[in-house]
Design a protein around this ligand. Sequence first.
Ligand code: NAD
Length: 517
Amino acid sequence: MTATTQASAQSDLVIAGLDRLVATSGSAGVSTIIKPFDGTVLGELPKSSVADVEAAFTRARAAQQHWVRTPMRTRTRVLTQFTDLVLKHDSELLDLIQLETGKSRHSAFEEIADIVLWTSHLAQRGPAVLAERRHRGALPLLTQTREVRVPKGVVGVITPWNYPLTLPVTDSLPALLAGNGVVCKPDSQTPFCALRVLDLLLQAGLPRDLLQVVVGSGREIGSAVINRADYIMFTGSTATGRTIATQCAQRLIGFSGELGGKNPLLVLADADIERAAAGALHACFSNSGQLCIATERIYVHQAVWDEFKAAFLDRVAEMQLAAGLGWDADMGSLISQSQLEAVTEHVADARAKGVTVLAGGRPRPDLGPYFFEPTVLTDVTPGMKAYREETFGPVVSLYRVASDDKAVELANDTDYGLNAAVWSRRNGERVARQLQAGTVNINEGYAATWGSFRAPMGGMKQSGLGRRHGAEGVLKYTEAQTIARQRVVRIGGFEQVANRRWATLMSAGIRVLRHFM
Ligand code: NAD
């Protein structure tokens, strides 16, 4: 792999003035945001205190009272205008994502694409999903029954640093469309992106105060958000998700958690090897592997092991690493010193236990303080951290397997169940159904399922609770309320007929009704 030159200068980056959008009284100190490309300061923001979080909920609650009465077409217009603004400012937004995270421009572009396509989908399909529904009533013709979707109130949205532009907005918009207010707590390493989307949403016509952004760490203000929210949408690690779910359970509020993964990719004997190698490269090293649905384990059928290994390693060797705002880099930096240490630790642990390093395996301080090479391991054994724990970096393990059944068995031998991929010409569908993962891609790494917005996305086992996307990803922000109007004949009532006659009538009634349920 080679390093390309430092790319273009910053374009018109809009971070000045975003501090005005933080929900803060200014009493909680300052958060310093670092540019991972070179470790220098991108900017500072005032932090939010616990009292500021409380005030943010109060403002969002007041704004929600008006918003819930706002017609659906006005709400969808905000979404459409927001999409236009994202496209208008795409270059500046790409710069901001890259400067805040250190990712390549290609990986940053996936965030823009995700926002534009999901928001457009939501504006077009969301109203039908949220629409009132008629149901067959208790007594046909005599009971008129409707299901109404009532917003939860104010939703807390807690997001990580790895997709800092798209996750705050794509998790907030379905809640807003359903009539809720939102208090969003982005990761404290990447708050500028969340504030910039709030800025654009306000320009698109979102009522002031309806969406609040609070700035601070989970330790400082996480509980303050959870203790005041009517529902929590959390994206982050499984460990934090478990803590937050416990707090939500104490308050008996709903919780949706999109958590970690240790995602397998299977290359079956009948796979198109060149395409599989190219797809696996993207699945493993997109966003430097700091992607919840990235591949960290590849199981290759022994019949194609040599061919796949050679094709994959050739491609890894050609990858371009660079710190900069140009399009030439395939992979950028990790986000922070602690991410670099976590990735380095997984590789060092594997080395100490006898792993074979087929490619990479080292930090690249010559490119930037947190760069790490795309790394391919083999001979990974169950005692190594890289075998079972999520690395969340550019490290993948290759395993040679004797059969499809063995590949499935090993792929499922994990506590996680987020995403999986199968490369095969004929057997992909059969094998996909045996994998314990919320999304399974055939002849693609992750984008096929992620981009299928009409279908739900989320994790099985320890990878999550609930789903984003699909109808579930919208309806979770509502309470179902059933309203039934009874006409002519009442269903219950002691005074109408004697109990024995009532029982005879009901008995005859249910014998007929059971054929029409
Ligand atoms: P993290 O759990 O450390 O932090 C995520 C967010 O939670 C941050 O905003 C953080 O400030 C906040 N937080 C931390 N402790 C908290 C607490 N006690 N109360 C309230 N909030 C708290 O995760 P991370 O390291 O920032 O992100 C990486 C993890 O996220 C990986 O495991 C990755 O797989 C996962 N992830 C999952 C998805 C998905 O869709 N399944 C998407 C992106 C990332």
